[in-house]
Design a protein. Structure first.
Length: 469
């Protein structure tokens, strides 16, 4: 088990910038707006030969426990409780503020070893502000510039003295941890939807703890936060994402960054849970998100959340099935579960649907079985003639899974009507039981056996013509 380090401090002192530098990736959103980070984000950090888990946290703010800032502060205090050491960051250019002293007291009361980081200490103003950090009473400050990577050597020396075990002793376990994190039986799931659909509440209920900040305010989640857990004997990496509004309504830079983070989460997921509000289901934005998931080649499960608040007919299986197939014909048969993230209703059904859809997404079908399907499909409904010429479909094979992708061989197949393609896709979906996953077709014409002879003949003709000249 790697030692853990929490980065804490006021809003906008550079915590996420340092987090990104330590993990070597731009995982956390960074912006000049104070309070960008709201949930605790975890990552594996490396500094020289030191390896440790690092927590990026929301900025400390004085606020009531029930307010959004108060709930964010509770998440930060939870990170402090879980950490082995604390990096308490201050803004050297701004100098010490009253809040810094208040929060330094919280760090002291935790009893955890702490390092004061005077960030943005480059230049005269930064150097002068860094001297003020001595007044916090948490030891000698380490001057750094997280954005430019300055002071990382001094930070290494300070951390090496605080971490509970030498990095060398942890190497073998670190490698085992890395292998387990990449275990093939782990399913990557992204939870997406419109703002205030209940995504964070659902994940908290699955985890059995208040791991993510939740509340009635729409748009609380900004970063895509990954959490790992086991449920029903299966391992999951679940990504909580920011709510996605219509593109025309997304104007602010920070919201654009959040939506971009959600789109990346969809691309790296294997299964996507589209969470809809059962009181306002199948709105235009829901359909747009579902279409995006299918175009990205991810498998889709629909969670109809807030079933306890919805009209009874919107929680009935038959009605939901008919509505979903009507509004999302491109994902016909996808699992749709009426649930309550707040009360934990039907979470077992939801996770069972995730596992089953993941298995469908990975499914392979033998070429012989596929071609028996093609023969039946052609005999029942042969492709139409185009401009008086017949389209001949000769055989099919599955090129790959994840998502299921098929290659169709024949002549003039580029002229195949869209309606006939839908017929084939729906036939494959039904025959091989592939609901809720995108099915892709590519076309290939068989190679002309006389092509090489014709090319040689053309080449001889060109040489003779050149010699005559």
């Amino acid at each position: 088990m790697l030692p853990s380090v929490a980065i804490v401090g006021r809003p906008n002192v550079g915590k996420s910038t340092l987090f990104n530098r330590l993990v070597g990736q731009r995982l956390a959103l960074v912006d000049d707006t104070p309070g960008v980070t709201r949930d605790r984000r975890e990552g594996e950090a490396k500094l020289g030969d030191l390896k440790f888990r690092v927590f990026d946290t929301a900025g400390f703010e004085e606020a009531g426990a029930e307010s959004l800032a108060g709930r964010m502060r509770a998440q930060t205090e939870s990170a402090i409780a879980d950490a082995d050491a604390i990096l308490f960051m201050v803004d050297a250019k701004a100098g010490l503020l009253p809040d810094d002293k208040v929060f330094a007291q919280i760090v002291r009361k935790s009893g955890k070893p702490a390092i004061v980081l005077a960030n943005k200490s480059e230049g005269r103003a930064g150097a002068a502000g860094a001297l003020e950090a001595y007044a916090l009473g948490l030891g000698d400050p380490v001057n750094i510039a997280a954005e430019h990577g300055e002071g990382m050597g001094e930070l290494y020396d300070a951390l090496a003295a605080l971490l509970p075990e030498p990095a060398e002793e942890a190497d073998e376990r670190d490698e085992a941890d890395a292998e387990s994190e990449k275990a093939p039986d782990t399913i990557r799931v992204a939870v997406v939807g419109r703002p205030n659909a209940g995504k964070s509440t659902l994940i908290n209920k699955l985890l059995g703890e208040d791991r993510l900040v939740t509340g009635p305010e729409p748009g609380i989640t900004r970063d895509s936060i990954e959490v790992k857990f086991e449920y029903g004997g299966r391992k999951f990496e679940m990504l909580d994402t920011a709510g996605m509004r219509k593109r025309a309504k997304v104007q602010e830079k920070l919201e654009k960054l959040s939506v971009g983070d959600s789109l990346r989460a969809i691309r790296f997921a294997e299964v996507v849970i589209l969470l809809m509000d059962a009181t306002k289901p199948f709105e235009e934005q829901d359909l747009r998100i579902a279409d995006l998931v299918m175009r990205e080649g991810r498998s889709l499960v629909i969670g109809m959340n807030k079933r306890d608040l919805a009209a009874p007919e919107m929680t009935m299986g038959k009605t939901l099935r008919e509505e979903a197939d009507h509004w999302l014909p491109q994902a016909k048969g996808m699992p749709i579960i009426a649930l309550s993230g707040m009360h934990g209703d039907n979470l077992d059904k939801l996770m069972k649907a995730v596992v089953e859809t993941y298995e469908v997404w990975n499914r392979r079908v033998s070429t012989s079985v596929i071609n028996r399907f093609l023969e039946r499909a052609l005999s029942m409904n042969p492709p139409p003639a185009v401009s008086g010429a017949r389209i001949k479909l000769r055989y099919m094979t599955q090129a790959k899974a994840r998502p299921p992708s098929f290659v169709l061989f024949g002549t003039r197949i580029d002229a195949l009507p869209e309606s006939y393609m839908r017929y084939l896709v729906n036939g494959v979906r039904e025959a091989f039981e592939m609901p809720g996953v995108p099915i892709r077709f590519t076309f290939r014409a068989p190679e002309n056996p006389f092509k090489k002879k014709m090319e040689k003949k053309d080449a001889r003709g060109k040489r003779k013509k050149k010699n005559r000249k």
